[in-house]
Design a protein around this ligand. Structure first.
Ligand SMILES: [Mn+2]
Length: 368
């Protein structure tokens, strides 16, 4: 397991590379070029500059999150071929500088969705939260404006104002797109990009929909184990991989994340994992919590054990944290709670390693 930390760049993150370097066990940055419009090629010089900046601080850049997929690809429009060609060029450029994994998603219009970016928790911290009734009744345009106002001045990945300006038009375009259509459009995309991924040794890792159900009437397909199975078979290659995000998939209590993690890690289809905990309520609401198993509804220990049992050697990052200790940061992406999360995950991993070593030693001594 390689522990990483998401970072938004020196001009748009409250967290510095120096701080990340001081978290024990964290060696890699999960980065991106956030200012390149969706659908355009990421220039090689810009990627090299980012890598150099990160390497100079003693960290590596082997995971990109995300190279976003243009809506025309998700919509299956004739213009998609141009955007797929650009996507492939970006993949080639990223592989040139040693990037090993590209995380992406296939969610129409909206990336993740929350009703609240700073819900107060009983311990005085705040966290991102989702209230079903609020989302079901809000006009998406009102939500877009509210997100912008509540993000403390940081850009919110997936909620870029430029993209969402065209939101009404996008809703119109998606009106007749079904889930089956979306599967077809994903297949078309994967058939073009996975051979390139194989040739340049860069693993594609699709991120689940967050939350894993339809919002605002838009189709969504990366939502449960059966659909993950289907997606991995659209093009059956280890380069057609998954970013298993425990918080995203876990918002639906029917998704058993220990089983999902074990199944796909065993098959070598998990190049990247996002691990975080959430507390789910009976009415379908949820809020993000600290990473520790006891703090939420997810069996984080079981999830890490599933990775360990399957000899997972991919990348992990602690996903969203709460806002604690008075920190001013991008919602979900402060330093403190994510650093605590990384330490919890590494603590679990270290003890699993130690247990395995002593089991092996015991076996050996009984044999001899
Ligand atoms: Mn995630």
């Amino acid at each position: 397991m390689k522990m990483t930390f998401r970072w938004f760049g020196s001009d748009d993150d409250s967290v510095t590379l120096e701080q990340i370097k001081q978290i024990p066990g964290v060696n890699g940055i999960v980065g991106a070029l956030f200012d390149i419009p969706v659908g355009e090629v990421w220039p090689l010089e810009r990627i090299m500059a980012l890598k150099k900046e990160i390497q100079e601080k003693g960290l590596s850049l082997e995971v990109i999150e995300s190279v976003n997929v243009h809506e025309d690809i998700k919509l299956g429009l004739p213009t998609r071929d141009r955007y797929i060609a650009n996507y492939i060029e970006t993949m080639r450029n990223l592989s040139t500088v040693g990037v090993k994994v590209i995380c992406y998603n296939f969610m129409p219009v909206f990336d993740w969705t929350r009703s609240d970016l700073a819900k107060p928790l009983p311990d005085g911290s705040t966290a991102l939260a989702y209230e079903k009734s609020k989302i079901e009744t809000i006009d998406p345009i009102v939500l877009v404006n509210r997100m912008e106002g509540a993000s403390e001045g940081f850009s919110m990945p997936g909620w870029e104002p430029e993209r969402l300006k065209t939101i009404k038009h996008l809703f119109e375009l998606y009106k007749d797109v079904t889930e089956e259509d979306l599967f077809d459009h994903l297949q078309y995309f994967l058939e073009k990009i996975i051979p390139v991924a194989e040739a340049c040794d860069i693993k594609m890792a699709i991120h689940p929909d967050d939350p894993p159900w339809s919002v605002f009437g838009l189709p969504r397909i990366v939502t449960n184990k059966a659909n993950l199975e289907r997606i991995t078979k659209l093009v059956d290659s280890p380069y057609n991989g998954l970013t298993i995000c425990t918080g995203s998939l876990g918002a639906n209590p029917k998704n058993d994340l220990v089983d999902i993690m074990r199944t796909f890690s065993e098959r070598n289809r998990v190049p990247f994992a996002h691990i975080r905990n959430i507390k789910i309520y009976e009415n379908g609401d949820f809020e993000e919590t600290a990473h520790r198993s006891e703090e939420g509804s997810q069996d984080i220990y079981g999830i890490v054990k599933a990775l360990h049992d399957t000899n997972f050697s991919g990348y992990v990052r602690p996903d969203h944290g709460r806002k604690i200790w008075g920190e001013v940061a991008r919602p979900g992406y402060g330093l403190y709670d994510r650093a605590l999360g990384a330490m919890y995950l590494l603590g679990l991993w270290d003890s699993l390693e130690r247990m395995r070593a002593s089991d092996l030693a015991r076996e050996k001594s009984t044999l001899s």
